[in-house]
Write a protein that binds this ligand. Structure first.
Ligand SMILES: Nc1nc2c(c(=O)[nH]1)N=C([C@H](O)[C@H](O)COP(=O)(O)OP(=O)(O)OP(=O)(O)O)CN2
Length: 160
């Protein structure tokens, strides 16, 4: 029987600071605010003959790069059914209910997510991690994003 190992990666350096607002309905959203988000992962891989599964340093570097790509940005949810994002060249104009908001493009990341929530951030980052980990011999990944101590959302993948 195949022996599997679970690696946990939960580093203080795996974090990003980002501004966002959660959308609750077509008419209700939070005010713009920020969080220091932390990212952690659980990786299940087959145990090698020499007592070594996947190299956790590889995944540490990948998680750090994913965090850095979002650090110090305003995050907008492109796939929200409740807002529309218009590209103005140097800026984005966002329509939500009665609001019209402007964000400099250089300060903003527009992500293919339906809301700027920990659930959606974890799903997005998991997909990004899977893309850069293609070909790796893994069985499961669970990636979690916390918006603060004691509150997080996780997304998971299992090898089909
Ligand atoms: N299911 C989710 N619910 C909420 C999310 C989320 O991402 N998924 N996000 C928010 C807010 O954006 C944000 O987290 C505000 O959190 P809140 O708990 O009000 O404030 P703190 O992070 O400062 O936590 P404290 O417990 O007050 O210290 C809301 N809901």
């Amino acid at each position: 029987m195949e022996r599997l190992t679970t690696l946990y990666i939960d580093k203080e350096s795996h974090k990003f600071s980002a501004a966002h607002y959660t959308i609750f309905s077509a008419y209700e959203r939070e005010r713009l605010h920020g969080h220091n988000y932390s990212v952690s992962a659980r990786i299940v891989a087959p145990m090698g003959d020499n007592g070594f599964a996947a190299d956790y340093n590889v995944y540490k570097r990948r998680l750090k790069a994913l965090c850095d790509a979002l650090d110090e940005y305003m995050v907008l949810a492109e796939d929200s059914p409740y807002q529309r994002i218009e590209d103005l060249g140097h800026a984005y104009r966002v329509y939500f209910a009665e609001d019209e908001m402007f964000f400099l493009k250089s300060d903003t990341r527009v992500l293919p997510i339906r809301n700027a929530t920990v659930e959606e951030f974890s799903g997005y980052l998991l997909q990004q991690l899977l893309l850069v980990s293609e070909g790796d011999d893994l069985r499961e990944i669970e990636l979690c994003v916390a918006s603060g101590p004691g509150q997080k959302g996780c997304a998971s993948w299992r090898k089909p």
